[in-house]
Design a protein around this ligand. Sequence first.
Ligand SMILES: Nc1nc2c(ncn2[C@@H]2O[C@H](COP(=O)(O)OP(=O)(O)OP(=O)(O)O)[C@@H](O)[C@H]2O)c(=O)[nH]1
Ligand SMILES: [Mg+2]
Length: 389
Amino acid sequence: MPKTAYVRTKPHLNIGTMGHVDHGKTTLTAAITKVLSERGSGTFVPFDRIDRAPEEAQRGITINLAHVEYETETRHYAHVDMPGHADYVKNMVTGAAQLDGAILVVSAVDGIMPQTAEHVLLARQVGVDHIVVALNKADAGDEELTDLVELEVRELLSAHGYGGDSVPVVRVSGLKALAGEARWTASVEALLDAVDTYVPMPERYVDAPFLLPVENVLTITGRGTVVTGAVERGTVRVGDRVDVLGADTETVVTGVETFGRPMESAQAGDNVALLLRGVPRDAVRRGHVVAAPGSVTPARRFTARVYVLSAREGGRTTPVTTGYRPQFYLRTADVVGDVDLGGTAVARPGDTVTMTVELGRDVPLEAGLGFAIREGGRTVGAGTVTEVG
Ligand SMILES: Nc1nc2c(ncn2[C@@H]2O[C@H](COP(=O)(O)OP(=O)(O)OP(=O)(O)O)[C@@H](O)[C@H]2O)c(=O)[nH]1
Ligand SMILES: [Mg+2]
């Protein structure tokens, strides 16, 4: 049976949970949906409906991005639960690229761990301007220790330009909230209030030509290929012609949905699924971009200012030279690129340098676009495009 159409009654924002493995992101995500469903604004999504892949259940970790939706009194949210495990930072970057604000989950028992810091750095780089901290497992943490963890987290955020002194830090217990303990369901409510008030509604460029970076691709039997992601700018409706950049094809949008509900028109900021006419499932991939015809010219050469992470930050121990070929994370794409520093110049860990990059394929690029550089499973640099071509 077709579901009822999505009715836009409140401002919509994209948020998500990030942080180190096992600090409780998925548990907190489930708890948020439970607390809100009891208020009558949303559906409870249990833990095993978020981590639902067999490998996730078996290993007890999140691997894939999972999306849930809920409403507070003032806003409608799409929430992406991101993996914390070091092997899946790739997926985390894709999730973070769609966010208006992030909930950084830090275990009050364990404090800052490597992916706590890595995720903060990556969030900064892909354009997440606001972070709210959930000091989770507060039910199990010692108060004095938790105070120390809070100080540490504020310092970390300040070091990355997040204004750690003013960031809301809320002590919560996802686990106990899920169990319905009043003290802790109240803590989750307090966290949501902090998100509502601290994360501003971003400016939405609804009048710009439509652009959606593809996060995922699915097949709906009998209907065709569907791409999902957050609309970066513009609007789209059924019947619109679009370019699929990366797949190098032009097609027509034959369906627009959000969380399974049809939409008349999707706009900048919406988290959507677009049904594309006649596009084979294997022609389109994460990292491709769906855009208004002719509105963007993809390129593979650009100049950027890049910060090379120090070894202490988890980066390289040896300098970068011309000829270096790491992976570049741009929007939802992950593309290999050749680095040119100009002659024999070197970039040591801790340096900020200008470099020219030649990507392995064409990607929609523009000045100001932030990106991360990774190599062998770790983040080694962070940069901003200064010039295309
Ligand atoms: N005591 C306590 N344990 C918690 C709390 N939240 C989560 N846990 C436990 O911590 C473990 C990890 O929880 P998850 O929610 O899977 O953690 P995660 O951050 O989503 O992990 P990844 O997605 O794999 O990075 C589980 O055993 C949870 O039951 C909490 O508030 N208090
Ligand atoms: Mg998880």
